[in-house]
Design a protein around this ligand. Structure first.
Ligand code: NAI
Length: 402
């Protein structure tokens, strides 16, 4: 029986997926565990589900003798030694798209609030002032939204913005299919010069580091607003602070920072703190109840597809094979090997020597790992499994039970 151990209060939507697929041996912990207890759980688990607080280091993975697969019920996977997992034949899954809509909605809300100067007005009313004026307040309708990074979130933001009547332009390093009436800007400088709202949806990378800096801020339209709910490295905060003080940028909403507090009681240290025209949020762009539920379902479905069929589509550290149903009456054999010349031929010779006929087979490699799923018919498989287990190129071999 497959034992699934879940840490860190994973959403009930995951349990529902496991139960529906017939996996009932589930141990769930409400929080991350200390080292000793964690090692004890890892030693008997076949599948584990974690969030960001459980570190699966090389040493801990070495103690997880029966572990077949890891699910990170979150976006990031830095908490797992992905390379060590790969070399132990353990695929790692995450949920990269589950909170796309949550980020997009927040960005749209912030665009509306900033164009209406709500952050300043809210502060003034709380302070006892009643500045009832339309000066500097605008609708989003007819304004231009410039999206830097037109990927999953950027595309979603553009689609929602069009429903408000915004004109959408974008800049991306890759050619992207424009959704709705969105159009690619000829270059970043044109996007910045034409946009009333600029929003960033790029990954953290050398090419995106301080992509918004004194020079690019100077290229922005006078009085435009800036939103960053992507990564803290992409905006030069000191340069933004200056642009806000001079009025070049009339407002900003920032969800991610170059250095973020490590605990709930640690204050954010930033020159933007206490600026009335700045919305500051604690990296909650993707944090909604819906996103948590989606993450639970998405990752659990990936774990089930692997545990039932060996599917690794979407794995972050592993050769990807799709979720194909097993051939009727066939036995599926999973084989992870060192990616050396002749590995597949050796594997197939072993099948032939043991009188097994191959009904279907798929191979994928990634770096120094090869992954093969073979559906075989024609005889008992135990002897071939043993021969494969003994072979020097084998990292892992498993048989899927029907
Ligand atoms: P994605 O990978 O789907 O899209 C990123 C896009 O940026 C791609 O189209 C890529 O080609 C483009 N890009 C890369 N380098 C570029 C450059 N130098 N200039 C212009 N475009 C460039 O990623 P997704 O899912 O849309 O996420 C976007 C960002 O949002 C990521 O940094 C992610 O970490 C962050 N994020 C933040 C959350 C929050 O809570 N605030 C939650 C979820 C994601």
């Amino acid at each position: 029986m497959t034992k699934i151990v879940l840490f860190e209060n994973i959403h009930p939507s995951a349990h529902a997926v496991f139960h529906a697929a017939g996996f009932t041996d589930i141990v769930a912990h409400a929080s991350a565990l200390g080292n000793e207890q964690l090692l004890a759980e890892l030693s008997t688990a076949n599948a584990v589900g974690i969030r960001s607080r459980t570190q699966l280091t090389k040493e801990r993975l070495a103690a997880a003798a029966h572990l077949k697969v890891i699910g990170c019920f979150c976006i990031g996977t830095n908490q797992v030694d992905l390379n060590a997992a790969m070399h132990s034949g353990i695929p790692v899954f995450n949920a990269p798209f589950s909170n796309t809509r949550s980020v997009a909605e927040l960005v749209l809300a912030e665009a509306i609030l900033l164009l209406r100067r709500v952050p300043e007005k809210n502060t003034r009313v709380h302070q006892g002032h009643w500045d009832k004026t339309a000066t500097g307040a605008y609708e989003t309708r007819g304004k231009t939204l410039g999206i830097i990074g037109y990927g999953n979130i950027g595309g979603q933001v553009g689609t929602l913005a069009e429903s408000l009547g915004m004109r959408v332009i974008f800049h991306d390093v890759e050619a992207k299919l424009p959704l709705g009436n969105a159009r690619p800007a000829p270059d970043l400088a044109t996007l910045l010069a034409e946009s009333d709202v600029v929003t960033l949806h790029v990954p953290a990378h050398r090419s995106t580091e301080n992509i918004i800096n004194a020079e690019t801020l100077a290229q922005m339209k006078q009085g435009a607003v800036l939103i960053n709910a992507s990564r803290g490295t992409v905006v030069d905060i000191d340069a933004l602070h200056e642009a806000l003080q001079s009025g070049k940028v009339s407002g900003a909403a920032i969800d991610v920072f170059p250095a973020e507090p490590k605990s709930p009681d640690e204050p954010l240290r930033s020159p933007l703190v206490n600026m009335p025209n700045v919305i500051l949020t604690p990296h909650i762009g993707g944090s909604t109840m819906e996103a948590q539920e989606n993450i639970g379902r998405e990752v659990a479905e990936k774990l089930v597809a692997f545990l039932q069929n060996g599917a690794t589509k979407g794995a972050v550290n592993f050769p990807e094979l799709p979720n194909t149903p097993r051939e009727e009456d066939a036995i599926r054999i999973l084989h992870v090997h060192r990616n050396v010349p002749g590995a597949l031929a050796t594997l197939n010779n072993l099948f032939a020597e043991h009188g097994l006929n191959i009904a279907s087979q798929s191979l994928q490699t990634r770096g120094d790992i090869g992954y093969v799923l073979t559906d075989v018919a024609g005889g008992p498989v135990d002897s071939v499994l043993e021969a494969l287990r003994q072979h020097s190129f084998t990292v892992r071999v498993e048989r899927f039970h029907s």
